[in-house]
Design a protein around this ligand. Structure first.
Ligand code: DLL
Length: 433
């Protein structure tokens, strides 16, 4: 189902024209109303007249998370605060949070893009959607909430946590769709299994999962555990929140809503734009944002873009699965390691639960790399040689995929802490030194 066919299936040339008009407008808006952008553009020796179409976008300077921090809290707003009707913030791991402000129109666009996602998943006004992303400053809860209301569906504003109650209400109210992080979906699946409530009594069919990287293997695991079809939803606070893009029924990449969020891929080292299909860092320009426009915002997310028309009929560009963030990449003894590679291996092996943590440290100037993973109850054993066999199997597989031998620690079922929001799976203690 397509919510906004005119836009989602627009001829690519038409889309470029629309994007160019909107880009010109947002650059003027940012230049005239945000001293930060004006200064940056003057320093780069350009003015709004230099931007005639999206072909000129690479003339614009980049914006980074540090710029948002430096201008905390409201320095990047392009409208008077009297026009700002909502604030959200994202805490990150260090320092001040980044704050974003929305005008009424910004909120309306945000709910429109989330509505497109819900339709792409087959969720309509007839359906009940349980929103188990956190409500509050995090954009997940309210973002999905407004989208469900936009299509006229029934929203259960659960927020995250209180897992037993989540299960009970999902069962009693007959939720068709569940929106939460993939890691929380796993935990909910586990809790349903333990609850003794028969799975056939649940109406759940659709999962709306994002806010953290997840692998294809994780998708299979969740689909099996909850008996649903699991879809990706992508977004980030700086650009608006969830719904910057989503998968369609073909699940062949995440469609980005590029009539509002213009995407580019750049080489994170040289900062030069990369051609379609090549992997690099995703950069967005919000071409319709009023409250806090972002010009060439560097997301740090690593992916590639594909412009062929999708089998669903949408022409909207597709982004491949996010490999991780460039700042999540671990360099261990000189080898680049993405947590998603570790996850993929663990989920490929039937003996292990999809629960793991990675500990990295530096002892006597040598990096240590430990992977803790839970064994499934049916493979759990008191016999040392059985555990050693399992350990060898997973160590060999990780070594062949990553090119580095981890110290694997096999732990008892249910011993790794479960997550209700974004899972924290990597502990790099080297940074504390
Ligand atoms: O996580 C917004 C969101 C809420 C998206 C609910 C989807 C669902 P932030 O907290 O600002 O915003 O985190 C944004 O999370 O740059 C990615 O690194 C990561 N991320 C978000 N969605 C996905 C996804 C929300 N589907 C950061 N796959 C982004 C992989 C994702 N990573």
């Amino acid at each position: 189902m397509i919510w906004n066919e005119t836009i989602e299936c627009m001829d690519r040339e038409e889309m470029r024209k629309l994007q160019s008009i909107r880009l010109k407008r947002v650059v003027e808006h940012a230049y005239h109303n945000t001293p930060f952008y004006r200064k940056k553009m003057q320093e780069a020796g350009i003015s709004p007249e230099d931007i005639e179409s999206v072909d000129d976008i690479s003339k614009l300077p980049f914006t980074t998370k540090q710029d948002l921090r430096d201008n905390y809290p409201f320095g990047l707003m392009a409208v008077p605060m009297s026009e700002v009707v909502r604030l959200h913030a994202s805490s990150g791991t260090t320092g001040k949070p980044i704050v974003v402000g929305y005008t009424r129109k910004d909120l309306s666009i945000w709910s429109e893009v989330v509505a497109r996602c819900l339709y792409a998943y087959g969720v309509t006004k007839e359906d009940i959607v349980q929103v188990s992303y956190g409500y509050g400053l995090f954009t997940g809860g309210l973002g999905l909430h407004d989208g469900v209301q936009k299509i006229g569906g029934t929203v259960i504003p659960m927020s995250s946590g209180n897992t037993q109650k989540q299960i009970q209400l999902m069962h009693d109210f007959g939720a068709k769709a569940l929106a939460c992080t993939p890691s929380y979906a796993l935990f909910l699946g586990e809790t349903i299994r333990d609850s003794g409530l028969p799975r056939e009594e649940f109406q759940l069919k659709v999962g709306i999962f994002g806010a953290e990287p997840w692998t294809e293997n994780m998708r299979k695991e969740i689909e099996e555990s909850l008996g649903i079809k699991a879809y990706d939803i992508y977004g980030l606070t700086e650009i608006s929140g969830p719904g910057v893009g989503c998968e369609c029924e073909y699940q062949d990449g995440t469609h980005l809503w590029e009539d509002h969020f213009y995407p580019e891929i750049i080489d994170p080292e040289t900062l030069q734009p990369l051609p379609a299909g090549e992997q690099g860092e995703l950069v967005f320009t919000t071409i319709t944002k009023e409250g806090m426009p972002m010009l060439r915002y560097r997301t740090r997310d690593l992916t590639s873009l594909h412009y062929e028309t999708c089998r669903c009929g949408r022409t909207a560009v597709r982004m491949s699965r996010i490999l991780g963030r460039s700042d999540d990449m671990l360099i261990i003894r000189g080898v680049n390691v993405f947590p998603s590679q570790v996850e993929s291996v663990i989920l490929e092996l039937p003996e292990f639960e999809p629960h793991y943590v990675i500990h990295v440290d530096r002892i006597n100037n040598v990096d240590t790399f430990q992977v803790q993973v839970e064994v499934r109850p049916e493979y759990y054993s008191d016999e040392m040689n059985k555990i050693l066999e399992l350990k060898k199997k997973i160590t060999d597989r990780l070594q062949s995929v990553i090119g580095l031998q981890p110290d694997v620690k096999i732990v008892e079922p249910r011993s790794i802490e479960r997550s209700m929001g974004k899972a924290k799976r990597v502990f790099d203690n080297r940074k504390l030194v």
